[in-house]
Ligand binder design. Structure first.
Ligand code: SAM
Length: 305
């Protein structure tokens, strides 16, 4: 049985509704009817919150992708609960039953095999329908592979885009990459070992030789983060074969090309003597064949504006 050291602590409710003592508001009485989205570990079974365990212990039923996977988690925490499967294959047939159960007053938890439900996992249509029906829908946050990989990537985290799984077929994959190419953000994709080489090849050809972090087996015994350029990672995969286990790819923004700064600075300064920053940047970019954006940034800096 899990034990929550703060559950017995006295209550002093702060005005903002948060609970610094960690006592779950969900433990006070029977759970209200509704849909509870509960995040579960992405590897290490201990990466689950007290509140997630409170909810899983208190709901009337748990909808899960695979009852065997969720059964293992529940038995690790000595929780016995009715489970029903809700996955990509049966979701359309099962959704109505879950919504009916909630309408009849039941509290139903939705979990996926790992991490946050709905994130490259089933659930969004269930949430949409539950919201439309006016049911309570709430989330119990926790582990997620994309965010964990981003944190460990060493790449800018101020702005990021999560693209789920890249399509398996090259044409569709390249189309997706083209769409994301000019995004001024770090890109995150879920990937599998067998598809990694082909994806890296397309990433290199569409996005260029960007910095990339391959996060593998996060929170597990063989957790590994490789921080490389796409080309280096690609040749490693070609040499050693596909890495085993679960993978997240985090791709950095395009890095400005290395260029002979002195010469370039001089050219820009000269152009700035008679032109606006924009015109000077355009002129030098054309003359040198260097990317306009890079030259413009440099010209702006040299102009002191
Ligand atoms: N809902 C999950 C989440 O919140 O991260 C993602 C589910 S998605 C079906 C499974 C994919 O997530 C895997 O193929 C892998 O790309 C990524 N993933 C899940 N667990 C991971 C881990 N421990 N390490 C690296 N990647 C992981």
């Amino acid at each position: 049985m899990y034990s929550n050291p703060t559950q017995k602590a006295g209550r002093g409710k702060p005005k903002d509704g948060s609970d610094p003592q960690g006592k779950s508001p969900d433990m006070d009485q029977a759970l209200p009817a509704g849909l509870y989205l509960v995040s579960t570990p992405i590897g290490n079974l201990r990466d689950i919150t007290f509140r997630a365990l409170d909810i899983l212990s208190s709901v009337d039923a748990i909808a899960c992708e695979d009852t065997r996977v969720t059964g293992k988690l529940l038995s690790a925490y000595n929780i016995k609960k009715k489970m029903m499967s809700y996955n990509d294959h049966n979701a359309n047939g099962r959704r109505g039953g879950i919504l009916e159960a909630i309408a009849e007053g039941q509290a139903v938890a939705l979990v996926s095999d790992a991490g946050a439900p709905l994130i490259s996992d089933p659930g969004y249509k269930l949430v949409r329908e539950a919201v439309r029906a006016g049911h309570k829908v709430t989330s119990i946050p926790g582990a997620n592979a994309a965010v964990t990989a981003l944190q460990l990537s060493g790449l800018p985290s101020d702005s990021f885009c999560f693209g789920g799984f890249l399509p398996p077929k090259p044409t569709a994959r390249k189309r997706v990459l083209e769409k994301w190419k000019d995004m001024d953000a770090t890109l995150i994709f879920y990937e599998t070992g067998p598809r990694l080489e082909a994806s890296l090849k397309d990433i290199k050809s569409v996005l260029g030789d960007r910095p990339v972090a391959l996060a593998r087996e996060l929170t597990k015994m063989f957790e590994e983060i490789r921080r490389e350029k796409v080309s280096k990672l690609l040749s490693e995969v070609r040499q050693k074969g596909p890495p085993k286990g679960e993978i997240v790819l985090v791709i950095g923004k395009e890095e400005p090309e290395e260029m002979p700064q002195v010469n370039l600075d001089e050219q820009i300064k000269k152009a700035l003597e008679t032109m606006s920053v924009r015109d000077a940047a355009e002129f030098v970019a054309e003359a040198t064949g260097k990317p306009k954006k890079t030259i413009y940034t440099l010209a702006l800096k040299l102009s002191g504006k």
